[in-house]
Design a protein around this ligand. Structure first.
Ligand SMILES: [Mg+2]
Length: 337
């Protein structure tokens, strides 16, 4: 029966389950968290834990020559990993970079790629410590493995959300998806003010300092980065915490440029905000009694407060509440396989 089944039949979740079946059910003592969070968490001899994450970008799936110039690609390949370290409340420090490229790729491509990588690495205190280089028969492939650390007692997992918690997001949603739309429709006659949307898609800057400050405050119960779209990413928090969530449709933060562009090209801004993904903001939950403290902390660290967009509830699933009523918000982000 399974003989003719393909990975496409299995889907991404099925593939992860198949791999997970080969990981230990009971974790060895050096591993505090294995598969299933933004990073794996490894014990060290000191007060800190080691955070490990890895992400791959593939030409034709995550980017094309049209959507990502090489300098932006180098930046983004590192940024998506930094985002996972931020989501645990950690600080990144060591990167391993592996690339698969065609032999006829121009040297200037790799030079620009490395310049983008290094600019972000220098900004965030990350050092390149190794990797692998291979020839690829067609598409470019970039994999980065990133290590970071965090005080053992302060790591924030996806599994800590409690019924009654507020759901927060650190910044506006949908900008990256709107930027991608612009890059894929370059014939469009749109105004130059939308450059910030393109910038969010090409060179996202994860709120690393804020993630760390939120974790260190001890106020945050669960956290994840927004890579696949809020519908899917909030779903992960709910699943791992054994709870559900209700989003308040009118409080989703969206930039004025996003709203303006959506109107101009007749797209749904909420569709971009919920399902676009790649915003690399942080989504977290905290006690509703700590509202003011969260606002103060966010304002102190990043100048603007995070936005409260919903509530953790007992009933499973992710729900969207609008003036029209309550409806299920199904994950609609990018589906691999
Ligand atoms: Mg993540």
């Amino acid at each position: 029966m399974t003989r003719n089944k393909t990975l496409g039949d299995l889907g991404e979740a099925g593939i992860i389950r198949l791999m997970e079946a080969n990981a230990p059910k009971e974790l060895p003592s050096h591993l505090k968290k294995g598969i299933g969070d933004d990073c794996a968490v490894l014990e060290t001899a000191g007060d800190s834990v080691l955070l490990v994450t890895t992400d791959t970008l593939i030409e034709g799936i995550h980017f094309t020559a049209q959507t990502m110039p090489p300098e932006a690609l180098g930046w983004k390949a590192l940024a998506v990993n930094i985002s996972d370290i931020a989501a645990m409340g950690g600080a990144p420090h060591t990167a391993f970079l592996s690339v698969g490229l065609q032999a006829d790729t121009k040297v200037t491509f790799l030079e620009s790629f490395m310049a983008g990588f290094k600019t972000l690495a220098d900004k965030t205190g990350v050092v390149l410590a190794g990797g692998d280089t291979v020839e690829s028969p067609s598409s470019a492939v970039v994999t980065i493995t990133l290590l970071g650390d965090c005080l053992k007692e302060r790591v924030v997992y996806r599994s800590g959300a409690r019924v009654g918690d507020d759901v927060w997001v650190t910044g506006p949603l949908g900008n990256a998806a709107a930027g991608l739309f612009l890059l894929q429709n370059q014939g469009l006659d749109v105004s130059p003010e939308y450059e910030s949307l393109v910038q969010t898609h090409q060179k996202p800057m994860p709120p690393l300092k804020l993630g760390k400050a939120l974790a260190q405050s001890g106020l945050v119960h669960a956290m994840i980065d927004i890579s696949d779209g809020i519908a899917k990413d909030l779903g992960h928090i709910c699943e791992q915490s054994g709870v559900g969530s209700e989003l308040h449709g009118s409080s989703i933060p969206m930039s004025s440029n996003l709203l303006k562009l959506a109107h101009e090209v007749r797209k749904s801004p909420l569709q971009w905000a919920f399902h676009g993904g790649e915003d690399y903001e942080l989504l977290f939950t905290a006690s509703s009694s700590d509202k003011e403290k969260i606002v103060l902390l966010g304002t102190k660290i990043s100048g603007t407060p995070p936005t409260r967009i919903g509530t953790i509830i007992q009933e499973g699933g992710t729900w969207l509440k609008t003036e029209k009523g309550k409806e299920p918000l199904r994950p609609g982000g990018y589906v691999h396989f």
